[in-house]
Design a protein around this ligand. Sequence first.
Ligand SMILES: [Zn+2]
Length: 148
Amino acid sequence: MQKEYVFKEKSDLGHYSADAFTVRCVDDRFWKSFKHFIASLGYEHIDPKSPAGGAKIFASPEFESDRDFYVREIEKSIQLHHVKRVMLFSHTHCGAYGGIARFHNSEEKEFAFHREEHKKAKAFLKKKFPQLEIETYFIDGEGIIRTQ
Ligand SMILES: [Zn+2]
């Protein structure tokens, strides 16, 4: 059967090892700083995921089955792309966390809350995957802060 391309671009079909499995919120406002941060680290390949809330999927999932799904995704990335590092992100004014209103417009309270979420997410993943390096990050309007 004839393939009719709507867009043409070559893709490298070779296997790769991923420098990181990344989990960031779907929110497009922080996509650029995330992308530039990854590039600044010199990473060539990542396995990127973007559930609403980012790190929330491991810290405070809406459903336990959501978290289970992402655990299986990490297992696949380990198996297929030899992942050794997981990078979890969450961000300021995140709708999945109720926005800044939830914190009475206090970015300080918001940041403290996210740090706790990061601890929870990291503890969960460390138990499941003791061999993995788990890093957590918070993104705001100025850039990215490593929290763990
Ligand atoms: Zn968000």
